[in-house]
Design a protein around this ligand. Structure first.
Ligand SMILES: [Zn+2]
Length: 275
């Protein structure tokens, strides 16, 4: 299969062999990059952990509900380091965002990437709270057309009235993995000189965890990698992992915001690899 300019084959298939033969006859060198496994149907849920991948929404600007004063703030010609920014207020859902949420039911904001802001409809919240799930918190969102007092806006303020009225909720992942996953050898291309957060790096291997690196929760996230040449490093994005139970709920209820994990090669659902 040709996808996004990269030929993608099932390993050992006749098609792969024909492609390699054609390369030889054209005197073109073919290099295999990586082998992915794939699972179908029930097989998918045998893997205990999955990457959460949903449609992203919004602009690359820091929303007003974030507090930028807690961030690193290092500035060069092109970018400002946002590591360490925190959420101050509850999310306000605009008309445009509400339309997207009504259609998709589950989205993440494009920015910031750490902390990652997930938004869901009340239906998805009800779905995810039929049985208690761990590692997450649901915070009611504010409605653009209403007026709130300062304490109601505060992210830490619990308000039963908002809880019962809200149509949309923020899903907050509250637990980190016990350790970063392993990615073989690493090459760092861009790093903040002030806080050391890595903005661009390459890893020689597919990312793998050891079972004890992962928490026994339904939601957790990580924001760094372990390597065998440069040790550990932090990245400027949170990557969310969910349990098979959550992945199954989202898939079986056909939540439209679920998005393919990778486009090249085409992988619909990303399974967390455990060594
Ligand atoms: Zn920084």
């Amino acid at each position: 299969m040709l996808w996004g300019g990269t030929p993608f084959f099932e390993e050992g298939s006749t098609l792969e062999q024909e492609f390699l033969n054609a390369c030889v006859s054209l005197q073109v060198t073919a290099k295999k990059h990586r082998t992915y496994w794939y699972c179908t149907g029930e097989d998918l849920y045998r893997h205990p952990f999955h990457y959460l991948s949903v449609q992203s929404e919004g602009n690359l600007v820091i929303p007003e509900f974030m507090d930028q004063s807690t961030g690193c703030g290092y500035r060069d010609q092109r970018i400002i380091c946002r590591t360490g920014i925190t959420q101050r207020h509850k999310v306000t859902v605009t008309t445009q965002l509400a339309q997207r949420l009504n259609r998709l039911e589950f989205v993440e904001l494009s920015f910031p990437r750490s902390p990652r802001i997930y938004l869901i409809t009340r239906r998805v919240k009800n779905l995810l709270t039929t049985e208690p799930l761990s590692g997450c918190q649901f915070i009611p969102c504010l409605d653009e057309s209403k007026v709130y007092i300062e304490s109601q806006k505060n992210i830490h303020h619990l308000c039963p009235q908002l809880e019962s009225e809200a149509q949309y909720f923020q899903l907050r992942v509250t637990i980190t993995t016990a350790h970063f996953p392993f990615g073989g050898a690493g090459i760092i291309r861009k790093q903040c000189p002030q806080c050391g957060t890595v903005q661009l790096a390459f890893l020689s291997k597919g990312v793998t965890f050891q079972r004890q690196d992962l928490a026994d929760t339904d939601f957790q996230y990580y924001n760094g990698y372990r390597t065998d040449n440069i040790g550990e490093f932090h990245i400027d994005a949170d990557i969310t992992i969910v349990s098979a139970r959550v992945q199954r709920l989202l898939i079986e209820h056909k939540i439209r915001g679920l998005f393919r994990y990778l486009t090249d090669p085409p992988i619909r659902h990303g399974v967390v690899e455990i060594r």
